[in-house]
Design a protein around this ligand. Structure first.
Ligand code: GLA
Length: 375
């Protein structure tokens, strides 16, 4: 199976942790459609950890928790599919899931068949309780093979937190997305540190295998299972724009049933989503890293436009820079960049030689640029 853009959807973990059940998941499926998220591209509903019984059945198969999911997983799967959505589930390659439930180590082929029988479309394979002396790369390869042989197209979302240099080989073993860091929490420092840690991994982005910087915290506003004080609006804007820029999967973690307008509009920002879903998947290029204080990037899109992005990672106001000769555009080219702010939709007109915006603390500015001949 080949995918040609990062998956988008909703996952139960960030808000609900273990507090999941049939009714909740089905309601999320209703809301993701009703509230316009599906139309914007969010089409996976993913159940994370804590969905199973504590024991496998007599055939060694995983079984879902009968209290949480009284009608079984195929029932949920059918419901999700009836809404035109796709269904994702969760396991680990270790001996238990992170929350201590039965996991797939040694059971990869059995479990892949079970998941396929429930007609899932996406499987997150986490790294909890991984045996110290086992071979991580080999196990993810085994899981990929098991999914390939399951009789169903299942997106393989590998999640080993970037351990064992996995950004370098997850693509080769068949992962469609690969979690490259530890868990995100709902705070500026959490997403800032994840982002900064992945700047060096930009070159590994490619069509069909995307660096997963973990689920979105937009809209969590200090509540839920990964609460850590929350972020300001400016910070959530930066988080979302940077995840789009790096083409990380866009998996909402907030409770979409009752998001405030700011969060909803941000998650539905068409222009930013277009960058995330760009079919060329060219890694963006770091222009400057000002000692970790601020960063600037350019990214070439499939239609030939460029993205110019600036991020102030520090607590002080600063000035971001891109001198156009530093991105290969000669001063005497007689070409300028017609720039549009992707948060406000405002045009900056045609800009020549450089663009050096003032950046408030923690702020990201992001523009689409078209080349235009100067008179
Ligand atoms: C790990 C993962 C998280 C989540 C939890 C569930 O911490 O990184 O994304 O899946 O396990 O227990």
């Amino acid at each position: 199976m080949i995918i040609n853009k990062p998956p988008m959807g909703w996952n139960s973990w960030n808000t609900f942790g273990a507090e999941i059940n049939e009714e909740l998941i089905m309601e999320m499926a209703d809301k993701i459609v009703e509230l316009g998220y599906k139309d914007a591209g969010y089409d996976y509903i993913i159940i994370d950890d804590c969905w199973s019984e504590m024991q496998r059945n007599e055939n060694g198969e995983l079984v879902c928790d009968k209290k949480k999911f009284p009608h079984g997983m195929k029932y949920i799967s059918d419901y999700i599919h009836s809404k035109g959505l796709k269904f994702g589930m969760y396991t680990c390659v270790g001996v238990k899931t992170c929350a201590g439930y039965p996991s797939s180590f040694g059971y990869e082929f059995i479990d892949a068949k079970t998941f396929a029988s429930w007609e899932i479309d996406y499987l997150k394979c986490d790294f909890g309780y991984f045996p110290f002396n086992a071979d991580c790369k080999q196990i993810y390869k085994t899981m990929a093979m098991a999914l390939q042989n399951s009789g169903r197209d299942i997106l393989f979302s590998a999640c080993n937190w970037g351990r064992h240099d996995s950004v370098k080989w997850m693509n080769s073993i068949g992962a469609h997305t690969y979690r490259s860091t530890g868990d995100i929490f709902d705070s500026f420092t959490s997403f800032r540190d994840i982002f900064v840690s992945q700047v060096k991994n930009l070159p590994y982005t490619s069509i069909g295998s995307y660096n997963d910087m973990d689920m979105l915290i937009v809209g969590m506003n200090g509540k839920g299972n990964v609460a850590q004080g929350g972020c300001t609006e400016e910070e959530y804007k930066s988080h979302f724009a940077l995840w789009c820029l790096f083409q990380s999967p866009l998996i909402i973690g907030a409770d979409i049933r009752n998001l405030d307008d700011f969060s909803k509009n941000l998650l539905l920002n068409k222009e930013l989503i277009k960058i995330n879903q760009d079919s060329a998947a060219r890694p963006c290029q770091l222009v400057y890293d000002a000692n970790g204080i601020w960063y600037s990037f350019i990214k070439e899109l499939s239609d030939g436009d460029y993205i110019l992005a600036y991020f102030n990672a520090s607590d002080e106001e600063t000035q971001g820079q891109i001198f156009f000769y530093d991105i290969g555009l000669p001063v005497y080219s007689k070409v300028g960049l017609k720039m549009t702010d992707l948060f406000t939709g405002e045009s900056l007109g045609v800009v020549t030689e450089s663009y050096t915006p003032t950046l408030a603390p923690h702020c990201c500015k992001i523009y689409r640029a078209k080349f235009v001949d100067l008179p």
